[in-house]
Design a binder for this molecule. Structure first.
Ligand SMILES: Cc1cc2nc3c(=O)[nH]c(=O)nc-3n(C[C@H](O)[C@H](O)[C@H](O)COP(=O)(O)O)c2cc1C
Length: 402
């Protein structure tokens, strides 16, 4: 199987141009040996490299290149598979764009293409090269600084005691904050359900029959609000996750929620009901009507796992949420993945046009946070900053530049 990888990167501050020429010579020999084509474009600041060849060899080489300290902010743009080569020659060739007219460099690259691909100039692989040569979008590169490094200082949050235990329940809650790490502001706390032993509640839910699930899902919100009250979270907004079908199957769900909110000393305006995009039932009128009731009562709506399901963009028109929580799979390793960067930038742009607040959840790496911050996200949640601790408020790990 043949693999093609295209990535771009930024030349390191201490990498001299003679050094680049030197490693090209070595790379040429190595690539020839393993039948990998390496086409390297360089504009004095950025590299764009195409690697094509047997899957195993390309993967191995790419992993080495990713670790190379002579460049940084490496972003994978394309990973594709084909039965025939786009480029006939293995080895390694450098095209220094400063020495070529734009058209000439494209002709020179195309001259290395196999005859089939000479005919298909619309090929995506070649389009990436063309766009880089024509310098069409370098302003949109969001690059992390070369030597940026952060430490995360844990700070206990008051109150430090446990929430009042709710007796005999097979589940409990932990409260994970949604924060702005740069300004050290806590926006809200999300109630996250856990089994009584602190583990995932999936096993407990699996033991229930369908209708019981929706009943327990709803009644557990009373428990979450009661625990939030005993943890004195009245000065924050509170995010409560709800299964969409809970609103459909329990005709009095909205009244139940409003009563629980009031009984525990909260007001609807500080409550956010988050609904997972991947479980929203398409075209369910009852669901939409119940969501509108929540909105009329002053409760805000968040779409969780945004980007993971099918309904996403349509939901933005139908439900008009106040918040969107981007799916954590779309955020994982976003700092080095071109397709994820493009999708996240589009989500951020759409949400900005609609005045929807974007929350990046499931963040585990400082680089993910740094990239998303550059892209304009302010609200973050994830184990990097605070884990879920059943019945307690977790310490928040605020970033400090090291
Ligand atoms: C932008 C860039 C492109 C590179 N391309 C290749 C390549 O196509 N083939 C290769 O063998 N090494 C390439 N290298 C060098 C590798 O990262 C690595 O140094 C080399 O494979 C082996 O490491 P060595 O320094 O231990 O010999 C590249 C390095 C950089 C910075």
């Amino acid at each position: 199987m043949l693999t093609t990888i295209i990535y771009r990167s930024h030349i390191g501050k201490n990498t001299s141009e003679p050094e680049v020429k030197k490693f090209i010579e070595k790379a040429n020999l190595r690539n020839n040996h393993v039948e990998v084509t390496g086409i390297l474009l360089f504009d004095g600041e950025h590299f764009l490299q195409l690697l094509e060849g047997p899957e195993e060899e390309v993967d191995k080489l790419y992993r080495t290149i990713c670790e190379d300290k002579r460049h940084f902010s490496l972003t994978e743009l394309l990973r594709d598979y084909s039965v025939e080569r786009h480029f006939g020659h293995s080895g390694m060739e450098l095209f220094d764009l400063r020495n070529y007219e734009k058209a000439a460099v494209l002709d020179a690259v195309l001259a290395r293409a196999t005859s089939t691909f000479k005919l298909t100039y619309d090929d995506r692989t070649l389009q990436f090269i063309k766009t880089f040569v024509e310098c069409e979008n370098k302003d949109s590169y969001l690059e992390l600084a070369e030597s940026e490094s952060w430490q995360f200082e844990p700070i206990e949050v008051a109150p430090t005691q446990e929430a009042n235990a709710v007796k005999d329940l097979p589940y409990t809650f932990g409260f994970q904050p949604i924060i702005n790490p740069s300004s050290r502001k806590v926006y809200s706390y999300e109630a996250k359900m856990r089994a009584a032993d602190g583990q995932s509640p999936l096993k407990f839910f699996a033991s229930l029959d369908r209708d019981e699930i929706y009943h327990v899902d709803l009644s557990s919100k009373q428990t979450a609000l009661c625990m939030a009250k005993s943890l004195q979270l009245h000065h924050y907004s509170l995010v409560l996750k709800l299964l969409p079908m809970t609103l459909v199957k329990n005709p009095d769900a909205v009244t139940f929620l409003l009563n629980a909110i009031k009984e525990n000393g909260f007001v609807p305006q500080q409550i956010v009901i988050s609904i997972s995009e991947d479980s929203v039932v398409h075209e369910n009128e009852t669901f939409t009507a119940e969501v509108m009731k929540l909105k009329r009562a002053g409760i805000r709506i968040a779409i969780d796992n945004f980007g993971a399901g099918m309904a996403g963009l349509l939901l933005l028109t139908r439900i008009q949420p106040e918040l969107v929580m981007i799916d954590s799979d779309l955020l994982q390793n976003v700092h080095k993945n071109g397709p994820k960067q493009a999708i996240n930038q589009s989500i951020i742009k759409i949400c900005s046009s609609l005045e929807i607040q974007v929350i990046a959840s499931g963040i585990t790496q400082a680089e993910e946070w740094s990239w998303l911050r550059l892209a304009g996200v302010k609200a973050f949640q994830g184990d990097l900053f605070a884990t879920v601790v059943p019945r307690k408020l977790p310490a928040i790990h605020w970033p400090i530049k090291s």
